[in-house]
Design a protein around this ligand. Structure first.
Ligand code: MSP
Length: 570
């Protein structure tokens, strides 16, 4: 058996008491594109997303809707699953925290931590708001003059709680973060974590007794459920391990079927999350894993937030970009165009990003309609016209020199208007395409997905520049009189088409459908299982084959008109 490197990527699991919106879709789309890129690079990928279904909020929403929490969870988990299908997610699994496979492993993990002393029973005392069924901090209580939300006095209440001994792990965590400066990304987020860590860690309550919609701790007589349910965050974080059977493996219980084999994906390569849940992932989660004796994930990547047309999205403003709106964009521009916009303009790095229709149209026209779309049809049309729709012969040496000092024998006559920009330029296609692919892979490794994708568009830009410089349509007019011009035209068009093919590989993780459409009309579907660096070798084994047909095909993207009103749900 050949050894392939595994790659495990996860998204947060989403709360089922909310409806999916652009934020949830964004994180899953980013994870999806990274997963597709890694598969293309030849890795054995496991991509997990799912839903977080326990907790008091779900219990309350269900009561308000007159259904059981499980019914509410079932309904909304299905809506999240549809959302993931809508955006084209290629997840290998969808975990729900109400699944027995998850619940039993969470109970096993907690039992293990109780046995090791990492979880202990303690007493919590504080101000309790009986109407709201919640504890109020000392500060908040003082501010409100010790009155509850309903005007009655706050009461002093006491309860037994299980605590996770987080404080004990402070030195280990500090050592771990110092040794792994790239554990949290981007760098600004790591600094936040380090700053807060310096304030010192306190033990965290990890159980609740004031509601019941959660996974019970088995501390009753004979290992039966007692009165405590596990705090939703501890339950939720463990999903990354339960989905692939890691806790089963720990307990020595042989996990059944595929789960057993999947445990080999641990530790996760990336937990992709939003910045608001960084603390849980960067501090509590590694400490829990250390306490369980499990390996820590390789990276927690916390992206920033989408805002909408310049405003923060909120329930009060009612301006969430919801599924219906996303669907309206997909109906007008196609799924791949929406993915492209999200992935290249989204809040992957430190700053928030604005979802704006005007920007969408601008990016759509520049990168897609006038970018890859136009370039591919330009090249396809010329091959159709001058070479009967068959890939022309490949040049023996696809290196082109332009400008005054170029060797006269290989110099191509440049058009006067191009001379200034063409000074001393060399197009060495094997070298240049290799560089784009190499840079793209490098950026992908540091989770700069946007950067990795933009290398594909930059390569398209280079092909456009080359076409403008060599003006093959003018050269074509001379071929009847000059047979050498025909060879030159073939060399130019072969190079353009082959470079576009390589660009399409780099663009495909964002736009799998459109690039597959291009591969079909150009007869160059990448062979599954062949890694990107081989597929992308200019003129290599997987290159366009001279003589093979390039059908004209539909344009990949129609130009958009910014004067049209923004897509709205029907
Ligand atoms: N259930 C927890 C996560 C548990 S993970 C072990 C949760 N769920 S959530 O439904 O609130 O989803 C939060 C995640 O949705 C964020 O971390 C982020 O990935 C995504 N987003 C929600 N709103 C967002 C934006 N406005 N912009 C970008 N992504 C955001 O927290």
């Amino acid at each position: 058996m050949t050894h392939t490197h595994t790659y495990y990527i996860t998204t947060p699991i989403y709360y089922v008491n909310d409806k999916p919106h652009i934020g949830h879709c964004y994180t899953t789309t980013v994870a999806d594109a990274i997963a597709r890129f890694q598969r293309l690079a030849g890795r054995d990928v496991y991509f997990l997303t799912g839903t977080d279904e326990h907790g008091q909020k779900v219990e309350k929403s269900a009561a308000a809707a007159g259904v059981t929490p499980q019914q509410l969870a079932d309904e909304n988990a299905a809506v999240f699953q549809q959302a993931m299908t809508l955006i084209g997610a290629s997840n290998d699994d969808f975990i729900r925290t109400t699944q027995p496979r998850h619940e039993k492993q969470v109970q096993a993990a907690v039992a293990r931590l109780i046995a090791s002393g990492d979880i202990y029973l303690g007493t919590f005392e504080g101000w309790y708001d009986e109407g709201q069924e919640e504890y109020v901090t000392e500060n908040a209580a003082r501010e409100k003059n010790y009155t509850a939300f309903n005007g009655k006095p706050l009461v002093r209440a006491k309860e037994d709680n299980y605590y996770f001994r987080l404080s004990k792990w402070q030195p280990e965590l500090e050592k771990f973060l110092a040794a792994n400066p790239h554990f949290v990304k981007p760098a600004a987020r790591m600094n936040e974590v380090l700053g807060r860590l310096r304030e010192g860690l306190q033990d965290v309550p990890i159980s609740r007794t004031n509601f019941s919609w959660g996974i019970p701790i088995l501390d009753g007589p004979g290992g039966t459920p007692g009165k405590h349910v596990i705090y939703v965050w501890i339950d939720a974080l463990l999903n990354y391990t339960t989905a692939i059977g890691v806790i089963d493996g720990l307990a020595g219980t042989a996990p059944s079927g595929s789960q057993g084999r999947n445990a080999r994906y641990w530790p996760a390569d990336v937990h992709l999350i939003g910045k608001e849940i960084l603390w849980f992932h960067a501090v509590i989660w590694p400490a829990l894993l250390m306490a369980l004796g499990l390996e820590t994930p390789r990276c927690v990547y916390a992206h920033s937030f989408w805002i909408s047309e310049g405003q923060k999205m909120s329930k009060t403003l009612g301006n969430f970009i919801d599924l219906a709106t996303l669907r309206a964009y997909i109906d007008r521009f196609g799924l791949d165009a929406l993915r492209w916009y999200l992935l290249t303009q989204g809040p992957l790095r430190e700053t928030d990003a604005d979802f704006s229709y005007a920007k969408f149209v601008e990016v759509y026209n520049a990168d897609l309609a006038n970018g890859i779309g136009n370039c591919a049809s330009r090249v396809g049309n010329m091959i159709e016209k001058y070479f009967d729709g068959k890939v022309p012969p490949a040049p023996a040496d696809p290196v082109f020199h332009f400008g005054p000092s170029s060797p006269p024998q290989t110099a191509i006559q440049t058009q006067p208007q191009d001379v200034a920009s063409a000074l001393e330029s060399v197009f060495d296609w094997p070298r240049d395409t290799h560089e784009f692919v190499h840079k793209s892979e490098k950026q992908l490794r540091s989770i700069d997905l946007t950067g990795a994708l933009l290398e594909g568009i930059a390569l398209v830009g280079r092909v456009d520049a080359f076409i403008n410089l060599t003006a093959p349509f003018k050269l074509a007019k001379t071929i009847d009189a000059n047979p050498a011009a025909r060879d030159q035209l073939a060399a130019i068009l072969y190079s353009c088409a082959e470079a576009v093919r390589i660009a399409s590989l780099l663009l495909s993780p964002a736009m799998p459908t459109k690039m597959a459409q291009l591969w079909k009309t150009w007869n160059c579907q990448p062979t599954p299982g062949v890694p990107l660096h081989e597929l992308a070798r200019f003129g290599g084994k997987h290159a366009l084959q001279p003589g093979s047909p390039i059908a004209k095909g539909e344009p990949l993207f129609m130009r958009a008109d910014a004067k049209e009103p923004a897509p709205k749900p029907a």
